[in-house]
Write a protein that binds this ligand. Structure first.
Ligand code: PEP
Length: 264
């Protein structure tokens, strides 16, 4: 792994925790990590609360100078205007967000988010100075047909096609096979590595070695402290996007402590 790719552990809270619970969680997580002498230079930790909790998390992080980062789970593709219920990228940037999850399979399934919309979200996030965490991954059906890599690489290609090298270098890609999300069926370390390597090869072909070597590629899907060590040992896996296990503060702190690269 390149020395510049600091692993990232990102907790996707989905529609869980109100702002009071979020505040308490952030405090407890940072206490646990401090007590464990956690080295933030070796692993970045980020939380993705609901929109309604972002301001509370921002106030806490800024007041206590905490080293965790945070972001949002989705974003509008428009900048302002008559779009009831939407939240713009600039609003998120003003709240101190570093990241925005884009294209999560639950957004693709429950909202009309197709590839074109996802491209626009990526652009909106980048234009506001944040980094998109682009989620891709095959369903069980594509895996059954043996076209899982082709499918997931195709998703990366479709979204990144018109980005500049500079824009592409800001991306984080999360390989999230849909069959592994919330099911307890984690991908094998080799499966995660194969996908991450295929994405990096695709980036190398489109944007060159410098971009390919700098983009962090996460694995997501039933990650726990029981499987994180083996997954992070894989050369091209640079951390995790975590759903269920990110709701348990002790478990998330364990995963963060396990997510260091031995080669550094
Ligand atoms: C997710 O929803 O992004 C996710 C990876 O969920 P889980 O960890 O619960 O599988």
């Amino acid at each position: 792994m390149e020395a510049t790719r600091i692993p990232l552990v990102a907790g996707n809270w989905k529609m869980n925790f109100d702002h009071l619970e979020a505040t308490y969680f952030v405090q407890k997580l940072t206490w646990l990590l401090r007590d464990a002498h956690f080295d933030y230079t070796r692993c970045e930790v980020a939380l993705m609360p609901s929109f309604t909790s972002l301001r509370s998390v921002q106030v806490l992080v800024e007041a206590d100078k905490l080293r965790i980062r945070y972001g949002a789970q989705s974003v509008s593709v428009t900048t302002q205007g008559a779009f009831t219920g939407d939240v713009s990228a600039d609003m998120l940037a003003r709240l101190g967000c570093s990241y925005v999850i884009v294209g999560h399979s639950e957004r693709r399934k429950y909202h009309p988010e197709d590839d074109a919309n996802i491209v626009d979200q990526v652009r909106a996030v980048l234009a506001a100075g944040m980094r998109p965490i682009l989620c891709v991954g095959e369903s069980f059906e594509e895996r059954r047909q043996g076209i899982e890599l082709e499918f997931a690489v195709g998703q990366v290609r479709d979204v990144t096609r018109d980005l500049s090298d500079t824009q592409a270098s800001q991306l984080i890609i999360a390989y999230e096979p849909v069959w592994a999300i919330g099911t307890g069926m984690v991908a094998t370390p080799q499966t995660a590595q194969d996908a991450a390597q295929a994405f990096r090869d695709e980036l190398r072909e489109s944007f060159g070695a410098q971009v390919a070597d700098s983009v962090r590629i996460l694995y997501g899907g039933s990650v726990t402290s029981g499987n994180a060590s083996q997954l992070i040992e894989q050369k091209d896996v640079d951390g995790f996007l975590i759903g269920g296990a990110s709701l348990d503060v002790e478990e998330l702190s364990r995963i963060a402590r396990l997510t260091v690269k031995k080669t550094r």
